[in-house]
Design a protein around this ligand. Structure first.
Ligand code: EPZ
Length: 433
């Protein structure tokens, strides 16, 4: 199992490049199910979840080419022959986002069998809202032996109102609606850029969608969709992670190939804490910090609020800020797994329900720590880059799920970080969010 060894003390200086967004690429790959034609996606990140999605689609009979040549990170998917519309347990248990094939499979094939995703490190993560929407669109859903089965001769349009804002729920049902008969109105939708990115691909495939990126989306169902070529958005969470890295190490870092428009809440929060942020162009942002930062509370919210996927990373920064930072996690019920590990490095954090109190100005020291989930992993790397001594971070396969070559990218701007152990050793038996 791979580990990272990180020696703290170096400010990050230079330019670091952001990869494509995993959480855009996953629904866009699933969207290829909706057509017999080829779908080509560019700017795909080289991360383990993408490989898992490739395996999942191939297991259903799709042909998936995945290339990571220097020039292009690209996948071409053909779902002409979907012989087995089943998302098997062995794959689903390693990646919950497998449930994104549910809507497209029912829309294209009239049936889907998807292993129940089960819980994960950060919370129960039910998909009841996905199922409720599919039933309203005419699917009959049964559950047995740990599998969900959804059947519909042809889905019909419906008026859906989400009880809670759900990103993959919005994406799953959007993909169901584009081939459904008639009109679908979806209210209380997620507005994340990943939803807008998926809608852009679906429209390029011939779907009729209005309102993606707003709380209300209208879809006029069409009988067929055709192939398309689409470039995946830059990863706003990777970009935010790098901005925090530049601030916490008191560096001067340019984050390139990003979209500053997707980073509003994170940039505002970093400015409040005293970091200097300059938007250099439509795809690059500069962060500088020379002197201690000030505590500034966060409360995670759906987009465009402060993203839950940046909460752990920001908490690492808060351990260094002057003052006390209150961190409120409103989206997931158990997303403080990184707190104990940060405290083992000398942080001073207490948790009460969904609120963490971070007493700042902590001198962090190296320790042997362990990743528990994707973003907690990033938090530990950030802390280790400012800790005295050499920190060993175990179970970095969590990080490899959503960060491409993270140690190479950070080393390129001055971090002292290296990987130990067999690279990308697959860990098929682990639960992942
Ligand atoms: C997506 O997960 C992201 N994953 C997560 O990123 C991200 O943390 C999350 O959205 C919130 O932004 C992908 O896009 C692949 P939700 P998702 O449905 O869609 C509850 C990462 O680090 N809920 O928006 O699964 C749910 O329990 C990952 O890259 C229901 O109750 O999250 C949660 O409390 C981690 N019933 C809240 O809604 C449902 O049917 C928001 O979850 C669906 C969700």
């Amino acid at each position: 199992m791979d580990k990272f060894v990180v020696r703290g003390g170096n400010p990050l200086v230079g330019t670091i490049r952001v990869s494509g967004a995993k959480n855009s690429a996953l629904p866009c790959m699933a969207a290829a199910i909706l057509t017999e034609d080829e779908v080509t996606l560019e700017n795909i990140p080289q991360v383990r979840d993408i490989e898992t999605e490739r395996k999942l689609l191939a297991s259903m009979g799709a042909e998936v080419e995945l290339g990571y040549g220097r020039a292009q990170h690209r996948t071409t998917i053909s779902c002409r022959n979907l012989s087995d519309p089943v998302a098997k347990y062995e794959i689903v248990k390693t990646m919950r986002a497998s449930s994104l094939v549910l809507g497209p499979l029912v829309a294209r094939c009239g049936m889907a069998r998807v292993a129940m995703p089960g819980g994960c490190a950060i919370g129960g993560r039910p998909i009841d809202l996905h199922l409720k929407g599919l039933e309203k669109m005419g699917a009959v859903i049964t559950q047995e032996h740990g599998y969900l089965e959804a059947r519909a001769t042809r889905l019909h349009g419906a008026h859906l109102v989400f009880d809670k804002i759900t990103v993959t729920g919005t994406e799953d049902l959007l993909m169901a609606a584009v081939l459904a008969e008639g009109e679908t109105t979806m209210e209380n939708c997620a507005r994340e850029p990943e939803v807008t990115d998926l809608a852009a691909l679906l429209i390029a495939m011939g779907a009729k969608i209005h309102g993606a990126g707003t709380p209300t989306i209208h879809v006029h169902g069409v009988p067929k969709l055709h192939g398309a070529r689409h470039r995946i958005n830059p990863d706003r969470i990777e970009a935010g992670t790098f901005l925090v890295a530049g601030a916490i190490t008191q560096g001067d870092l340019i984050v390139s190939n990003c979209n500053p428009q997707h980073l509003g809440a994170v940039i505002r929060k970093l400015e409040e804490s005293g970091a200097r942020i300059d938007i250099l162009s439509s795809d690059s942002v500069r962060v500088r910090a020379d002197g201690p930062l000030k505590a500034s509370d966060i409360s995670t919210l759906e987009y465009p609020g402060f993203p839950t996927d940046m909460q752990a990373q920001y908490m690492a920064l808060a351990t260094q800020a002057e003052g006390v930072t209150m961190v409120k996690e409103n989206i997931f019920e158990n997303r403080f797994m990184h707190v104990q590990e940060l405290n083992r490095m000398g942080a001073n954090i207490t948790v009460d329900g969904r609120t963490a109190t971070v007493r700042g100005s902590s001198r962090l020291s190296s320790a042997a720590v362990m990743c528990s989930d994707l973003r907690a992993s990033a938090s530990l790397v950030l802390a280790a880059m400012v800790a005295d001594g050499e920190t060993i971070i175990d179970r970095v396969y969590h990080m490899d799920r959503g960060y491409e070559r993270i140690e190479e990218k950070l080393r390129g701007v001055g971090a002292q970080i290296r990987r130990m152990g067999d690279v990308f050793a697959p860990r098929e038996d682990a639960w992942h969010e």
